[in-house]
Design a protein around this ligand. Structure first.
Ligand SMILES: C[S@@+](CC[C@H](N)C(=O)[O-])C[C@H]1O[C@@H](n2cnc3c(N)ncnc32)[C@H](O)[C@@H]1O
Length: 270
């Protein structure tokens, strides 16, 4: 007797497909607490980090490889909704510029401002970051240097947007994230024992010369206006990354990476 395989969803008006497409909207991500991650390698990172999908979608015929089969098995074990879809449906669910044959839907993870911080710990605070590509790149760098997590201060772009998640290359599943109002952040910061290092274009101190006292809290300004006055005043020291050309500033993700490596360099045993 032959067993029927899973039914392939071909309709874009299928309710489950519509619900996943709706996660492209920030409002929907906020209300459901869900997000989409695309591609088998990001899904493997999610699995290794202990995340479980609520849904897994793959293109009909694309679950033939051992890796894809193991991801389908992982999703089924987690009780996820596993959907086999037509190429047309998958093309509407996946990103236009980098379509993938498999994607997963996951619950977002947010934590509170940390109460216990070790002397060697490093945290990063980003004030009103606007560009999801920058944010994703920064999440990836925070993962690379072994910093403890990111505090998004004020109105930030969404780390769980498709663009940000893609730029993290999977680090979105590894880096703890906190949302805090400016007031809550400033109050929490007042108990910080180590250096609060602000990067500022008007600073005098070269970021390569500063000897940072741990635990280090690095504070970066927004892409447009830079660091606000209130956050600048909250820093125990301000550093500048020297620039030889006539440019105004470095890209936020680049400036963050340089400074994080400077702060964390000695601690990286790799
Ligand atoms: C694109 S810059 C913002 C430029 C903005 N016009 C300003 O006046 O700060 C984003 C953030 O990256 C950091 N940054 C960029 N270039 C820097 C540099 N050369 N020295 C120190 N911080 C820098 C600062 O934290 C800055 O707020």
């Amino acid at each position: 007797m032959t067993t029927a395989g899973p039914r392939v969803i071909t309709s874009l008006t299928n309710d489950r497909i519509k619900a996943i497409r709706a996660l492209d909207m920030r409002k929907e991500r906020k209300e459901t607490g869900l997000f989409v991650a695309e591609g088998t390698s990001i899904l493997v990172t999610a699995r290794d980090a202990g995340f479980e999908p609520t849904s897994l979608v793959y293109q009909a015929g694309a679950a033939g490889s051992p890796l894809s089969r193991s991801l389908v098995g992982w999703a089924l074990n987690a009780g996820a909704d596993v959907l086999e879809v037509s190429e047309v449906v998958l093309s509407k669910l996946s990103s236009k510029d980098n379509p993938q044959a498999m994607l997963g839907v996951f619950r977002q993870r947010w934590i509170d401002l940390p109460e216990h911080v070790g002397n060697d710990d490093c945290w990063l605070a980003l004030e009103e970051v606007r560009d999801p590509g920058n944010l994703g790149t920064i999440i990836r760098t925070v993962d690379a240097v072994g910093a403890k997590g990111i505090i998004l201060v004020g109105n930030s772009c969404d780390p769980y947007s498709r663009e940000a998640v893609r730029a993290t290359m999977g680090s979105v599943f590894a880096v703890p994230m906190v949302r805090a109002s400016r007031e809550a952040f400033l109050q929490w910061r007042s108990k910080w024992r180590g250096d609060v290092v602000g990067t500022h274009l008007d600073a005098q101190e070269d970021f390569r010369r500063a000897a940072y006292k741990g635990p280090a809290l690095l504070v970066m300004g927004s892409e447009g206006p830079g660091l606000s006055d209130s956050l600048t005043r909250a820093c125990s020291r301000l550093v500048k990354i020297p620039m030889a050309g006539k440019l105004d500033s470095l890209n936020l993700a680049v400036a963050t990476a340089l400074t994080l490596y400077q702060i964390r360099g000695g601690a990286l045993k790799i």
